[in-house]
Structure formats: structure tokens, C-alpha cells
Design a protein around this ligand. Sequence first.
Ligand code: F6R
Length: 611
Amino acid sequence: MCGIVGYIGREKKAEKVVIEGLYRLEYRGYDSAGLAYVEDNKIKVVRAKGAVSGLDKKSSNIQPQDLAIGHTRWATHGKPSEENAHPHESFKGELAIVHNGIIENYKHLKELLMDEGYIFNSETDTEVLANWIEHTKLKRDLNLVDAVHEALKFVHGAYAICVVEPSAEMIVCAKKSSPLAVGIGDDSFIIGSDATPIIGRAKEVIYLEDNQIAIVTRDKLQVKDIDNRDTGFFPEKLLLDLQAVEKKGFESFMMKEIHEQPETIADCLRGRLAAAGPEIALGGIEDVMPRLLRAKKITIVSCGTSWHSALIGKYLIESLTRIPVEVDYASEYRYRKPIISNDDVVVGITQSGETADTKAALEMAKGKGALILGVVNVVGSSIARLSNAGIYTHSGTEIGVASTKAFTGQVAAITMLAIKLSHRLGHIDDEKLMDLKDALAIIPDQVQEILDDSAAIESVASIYANYDDFLYLGRGINFPVALEGALKLKEISYIHAEGYPAGEMKHGPIALIDESCPSVFVMPHDDSYEKTVSNLQEIRARSGKVIAVTDKEDKNLTEAADAVIIIPKTEPELTPLLTTIPLQIFSHKIARIRNKDVDKPRNLAKSVTVE
Ligand code: F6R
């Protein structure tokens, strides 16, 4: 997600404060970074694709400054690149801007500006905004503050912006729907898209309201409303604990990340569902589409949680496209002498993009001529680079070691891939495609509904917190969700939990069942529901406790199960995006009751770069 930092003050350290602030915002996830400052009455811009450290290196020769603005970009309009990175300088050099959010009418504004002779150097909506403000300023002979105020009257969408001009007298900030804060230091003002860059540099902060404009000079802060009237401001004391701010009030990073899922799933879907025509737009695979459509077989390799999304991918791709799909643990694939040909497509699913086993497996397949697709969260990571094509999941940085939002991002991405291939191959018609797209579009709201009901899920978890063995069961596409539920519980609470296909129980694991081993059933009302109810009865008949996650009240189920958790209804292909959520909350609660450090479970690392 994009991040903003700004500094204006009496001390000449603006570039340092801004870069340090950008480092602090890295946790939000981004693909490029940049900063702007003023030298000899000219705006200077430094930008770099990739990590803030790249920008830091490129900026090492900047003379100490007392004003700078900076940005970490997470691509929405235009690919991650240096040209598309912020800040953007306006065409005639009157100003530079950093921007979070999306300008919805940027195409219209761009056309108007092109008619006026404006030329654009990037694909971004932000450059359009920079030029729109400049055009308003010059055409109506306004000062910067009035130009920002007047220009924004014609802008639709969401924004948090900081604007500077060559006179370097002020930073003009404005916001609508995207957050922006101004920290009030002893001899400086520090601006941030959240409080993280401000901590330790200011004891008080103001959070701008929608439609407010803040004019920040070296010794004064002024806030104006939509009618350009002075509103005054009411500073709040700033929490001094960086971690607490980053956790946004949640008790753990994992819980924060669980709650971010409506946003992160929406980020993964953004732009892709809204493509012109019925298609799903997956820009990163368009070039290899002919080869994908010809594939005789698709192999997905990954590890851990990512392996579970691979299994969900198998169910979806096979059922929707009729292309055979193999799923392999990356660590097994490498050493089992797999048969790989030039016609093969090998997909690597990985949050970090650095997992050694997955990387080595993909390198091996690439060496044998397979087409490599990466479904990756971390932009520019090793696996993203070695892939021939791919889909970024855009889940933002995941700090909790146990994956939550990165998993649902992977599931959203692989689901879109399966639907797109199915439509292109003619297995689903436009109508079915639209139904699936419409259903996908409301998944973020449905996830929010589940999160709003977390207390009910947590109270079920409280009842089961002292059990030492669990089974997680499901059929079809619900089986990998059961595996993921079991993995989450064992990772963070150290309770023994196993995932099994519900129909496989009777072939062995049912021997484990008694009153001390509860079973969690993942059982939305899909084709396998009735059969799963029978499996549930088999457990009940052996005194096993049962917790069911389903999507509709069912009297028989309520009577049979000890607890029923109900999630909203969606298309059968999309249920993993919803059934996963209660299982995450359930595990988190049990681990907290058992007093475990959920963010840093013992023996585990976030990025497994050893084989
Ligand atoms: C579990 C978890 C791990 C990772 C696995 C692969 O919650 O996060 O199982 O999924 O180590 O990591 P990536 O996805 O980075 O390749």
C-alpha cells in the first residue's frame, strides 16, 4: 500500500527524516519509492523501483534540506517502475506531488490537459493530478493553496496528497477518504499517511478530516475547510510505541492482518475485475496466454500455507478448465525426478517469493523448458524475477509469521486465474463469468461481515482452548481449507491438529475420535454437503465433539453439531475465501488463551530461505 512522508522545519534534516519514515512504512508493502526536495529554486526528484534501500542509496549525495516529501508506491495505475513512482513533478515544473488513493476521473482530466498541450511521462493518475493543479494555478493565476483548493473541486476519487513548489515555503496537504496526519514537533512538522513516520519526532498529531487542506510552513500550521475557511485544529497526544501504532490497536500483528483481509482481498481484485468487457484483467500473464491455453498439464509447486492455496487452485482449475493439475510440495518435486516438458506450465505460489525450496523447484522446471508463472506477494522478490509471467497478490507486508492475509490473497489470485482460463477456453459463458465476478466483488464485504462477528467465533474457541488434539475435515475444495485451519492451529498454539478429507476418516483416523478430540468441519452447502453431514454423524456416534463452519442455518446440523459458525453465502467456487476466516480467528483465540506469542511462533521463520 502507498505511504506518504513529509518534513518541513528549522533543522536541515528533511531528506533523512523522510527516508527513515519511508523505511518505517515498508510494512505496508510497496513496489517503488521516491522523494522530492528543492535546491536553487528548482524541484529535484529522486525515485527508485524496488526497496527503500535503493532510494536511500540514490539519495546519499543530497545536501541537507529543510523540506522534503516522500512516497512508497504500490502500483494501481501503471506498472511498478521508476517513471510511475512518486513524487511526480508537474509538466511546467510548478510543483511536485505525492499521492495515496485513486483519482477516478483521471482519464477525463488527462484528455482536457492533453488538449492544452500537456505531455505525460508516466501512466499514473497522480501525474494527471499534479498537472491538473498546475494548470489551475497558471490559468487562474492562483497561489499554490488556492490552486490545490480549486483543482480538487473537479477531482473524483480518494486522495491524500502533499504538494511542494520551487519557492519551498510550504507543504500543502489535502485529503479525502485516504488518511493523512501532521505531527507537530518542537521545531518542525512531520507528515505521514499514518502516524508511524511521526513517532519519536512529534508528541502531538492532527489527523486531517475529509476535504480539509493543511498549509504547513516552517513555523506554522493552518487548516482550512472545503470553503477555504480557517478551521483551527485539535492536536492529539501521539502514542509513543511504534509497534502499537503499527498494530493499529490490535493485540497482535496476526489479528491486525486477519482484519485487513477485506482490504487486501479488495486490493488483489482491484482493477482486475473492473476491466473493460467481461474479461478478468491479469496483465502479468496476458503475454503468455496462448501458451497457457495450450497447456496439457499444469503443475503447482509451493510450501506450507501456499501449498494449501495450490490445492484450492487444483480443484478450481481442473473443474473450471478441464486442464489436469498436479500439486507438489516444492521440496518433494525437486528430488522426485518429475517429468517436465516444453509444453508444461509450472506455477509457483509463494508469499515471500524467497522460499528456497519453491525457488529451486521453479529453477529446475525453467531449466527443462517449462513456462513459469509466479503467484507472489512480494514485488521484485527472487521468484517474481525468475518467473516468465505472474500475478501479484498485493496483500501488503505480512509480519505475523503464520500466514493469513497472504493466503487469502493467493486464493483470490488463483481463483481469478482459473475463471479467466475457463472463460477463454469456452467452459463458462459470459453469464457465468459475470456471476462469478459479481460474487468475487462482494467477497471483501462478506469477509468484513465475518470479522464483525468475531466475538461469536472467539466464544466457541474459548470452549475448546484446553483440548490437545483436533481434526479438521472437509470434502472437495473444503479439504484444503481444513488443512489450512489445522496448520494455523498447530503453528500458533502448538496443539496437535490434522486436516483430512472428511470421506477418508473411516479408513483410519476415525480411530482417534473420542470426547477428547474435537473435529472442525468445513461444510458450506455445496455438492458435498450431504455426504459431509453423514461423516459428521459418524463422529458424533463416537462421542466426538463437532464444530461446523457452514453458510446456511440447517436444523439437522444445529442439532448434530456442538457449535455452528455461519458464514455468508457465495458461489461454491469462492467459499474458501470465506470459510478460512473463522478458522483463523478460532486459532488466534485459542493461542492467546494459551498465552502463546502468535506473531512469532517457536521454531518458525517468516521467510524460509534454507532447504
Ligand atoms: C504458514 C506459513 C508457511 C509458508 C511457507 C511458504 O502460516 O506461512 O507455511 O506458507 O513457509 O512460504 P512462502 O509462501 O513465502 O513461499
